[in-house]
Design a protein around this ligand. Structure first.
Ligand code: NAD
Ligand code: UD1
Length: 338
C-alpha cells in the first residue's frame, strides 16, 4: 500500500517511514524541509535498504498535494507536517494556525478531490490541558493553554466534523505523549535547530558537551521528587503505533481517537539519572523556577490502543536513553547540512 507521509523527513515522520518500510508499506514522503534535512533520506536508506520517494512541497499547496496523491496511487495519508514549539506559538500564533490548521484543511480538501479517504493525524497530549487526574483516558475533557495546543484541538474538531459529514472516511487522531529516543542504529534521531525546547534533546546535548548544564524547571511540584512527571515513549514504539493504527483503525470508517503513551510516568530527575547511566557522562543540572504553562504530571492510560489496535509500547527507559545517546554521540551536530 502506498502511504503519503507529510512531515516525513521530521523526527517522528522519519522513524515511522522506517517502520512502514519494514512492515511492507511504501511510504512517499512530503515535506517543505522547514525543520528537517534531506540527509534523512539517505539515513532511511542506510537502515532499510530503500530510499523512499521524496516530494519537497508545502501542505498548504493543494495542487502539489493532489499531484502527489494521484501520481503515486496513495491509499492513506499520515499527517505529521506542522510546527510544534509551544513558546514560539505564543509569539507567532498566525504562523501556527496557518501551518497546522490551514495546512490540515488543505490536505483534507486535496484528499477529497483525489478520492483518498484514510487519514491519520498527529495530535498531542497537550489537548488534555491540565488534567484533573492521571492516568489520562481519551474521554477526558480537552482544552488548550497556548496557540500550539489550540491548533491541535481545532484540527481535531475540524476533522471530527468532516468525518461526521463523510461517514465513509476513516480518520484517526493519535494523541502522542512525550516521544524520545531514536532508531537503535543511531543513524536517525531528533535534531532540533537552536536551543532545544524539550528535556531529552537538551539533556543529550549536555551529555555530548554542546551545552553546560540542564535547567530543571521547578523542584516544588506535588510529585515524588518535586520535578515534573511525564509519559516518555520511545519514538520507535510511537512509530509502531502508526502502523497498528493504519492496519486496525485505518481500514474502518469512523473517527478513531487513541492515546499513544506507555502508561508510566518519569520525573525530570529520573530522566537525567537514566541518561547519565546510558551515556556514562555526568549531567550537571540546576533547579530554576517553573516554566510558565507547565503541568505537574501527565501520563496516559494506553489501554484503548492496546485493546483496539493491538499495540503497546515495549521499549523501556534504558532503551530510550541508550538509543538517544547512540544517535547524539555518533551525530553530535545532528544531520549534515543538505
Ligand atoms: P518535526 O518538526 O521534526 O517534523 C515536522 C516536519 O513537518 C518537519 O520536517 C517540517 O519541515 C515539516 N513541515 C512543517 N510545516 C510544513 C508544511 N507547511 N508543509 C510541509 N512540511 C512541513 O516534528 P516531530 O516531532 O516529528 O512532530 C511531528 C508531528 O507530531 C507534529 O505535527 C507535532 O506537532 C506532533 N507532535 C509532536 C510531539 C513531539 O514531542 N515531538 C508531541 C506531540 C505531537
Ligand atoms: C512540551 C509541550 C507540549 C508538546 C510536547 C512535545 C510545553 C508546555 N508543552 O511538553 O505541548 O506536545 O512538548 O513537543 O512546552 N524540562 C526541564 N528543563 C528543560 C526542558 C524541560 O526541566 O530544559 C521539564 C519540563 O518542565 C517538564 C519535562 O521536563 O516537566 C518535559 O518537558 P518537555 O520535554 O518540554 O515536554 P512537555 O512540557 O511535557
Amino acid at each position: 500500500m502506498n502511504v503519503l507521509v507529510t512531515g516525513g523527513t521530521g523526527y517522528i515522520g522519519s522513524h515511522t517511514c522506517i517502520q512502514l518500510i519494514e512492515a511492507g508499506f511504501n511510504p512517499v514522503l512530503l515535506d517543505n524541509l522547514y525543520n528537517s534535512k534531506k540527509a534523512v533520506l539517505e539515513r532511511i536508506k542506510r537502515v532499510t535498504g530503500v530510499e523512499p520517494l521524496f516530494i519537497q512541497a508545502d501542505v498548504r499547496d493543494k495542487n502539489a498535494l493532489i499531484n502527489a496523491l494521484q501520481a503515486n496511487n496513495i491509499e492513506a495519508v499520515i499527517h505529521f507536517a506542522g510546527l510544534k514549539a509551544v513558546g514560539e506559538s505564543v509569539e507567532k500564533p498566525l504562523e501556527y494556525y496557518d501551518n497546522n490548521v490551514h495546512g490540515t484543511l488543505v490536505l483534507a480538501d486535496a484528499m477529497r478531490e483525489a478520492g483518498v479517504t484514510r487519514l491519520i493525524f498527529s495530535s498531542s497530549a497537550t489537548v488534555y490541558g491540565d488534567p484533573a487526574s492521571v492516568p489520562i483516558t481519551e474521554s477526558f475533557p480537552t482544552s488548550a493553554t497556548n496557540p500550539y495546543g489550540r491548533s491541535k484541538l481545532i484540527v481535531e474538531e475540524c476533522l471530527t466534523d468532516f468525518q461526521t459529514a463523510n461517514p465513509d472516511w476513516s480518520i484517526t487522531l493519535l494523541r502522542y505523549f512525550n516521544p524520545v529516543g531514536s532508531h537503535p542504529s543511531g543513524s536517525l534521531g531528533e535534531d532540533p535547530q537552536g536551543i532545544p525546547n524539550n528535556l531529552m534533546p537538551y539533556v543529550a546535548q549536555v551529555a555530548v558537551g554542546r551545552r553546560e548544564c540542564v535547567s530543571v524547571f521547578g523542584d516544588d511540584y506535588p510529585t515524588p521528587d518535586g520535578t515534573g512527571v511525564r509519559d516518555y515513549i520511545h519514538v520507535m514504539d510511537l512509530a509502531d503505533g502508526h502502523i497498528a493504527a493504519l492496519k486496525h483503525a485505518g481500514s474502518k470508517p469512523g473517527l478513531h481517537v487513541y492515546n499513544l503513551g506507555t502508561g508510566n510516568g518519569y520525573s525530570v530527575l529520573d530522566m537525567i539519572d537514566a541518561f547519565a547511566k546510558a551515556s556514562g557522562k555526568p549531567i550537571p543540572y540546576q533547579f530554576v523556577t517553573r516554566r510558565p504553562g507547565d503541568i505537574a504530571e501527565c501520563w496516559a492510560d494506553p489501554s484503548k490502543a492496546q485493546r483496539e489496535l493491538h499495540w503497546q509500547a515495549t521499549r523501556n527507559l534504558e532503551e530510550m536513553t541508550r538509543d538517544a545517546w547512540r544517535w547524539q554521540s555518533s551525530n553530535p551536530q545532528g544531520y549534515p547540512e543538505d
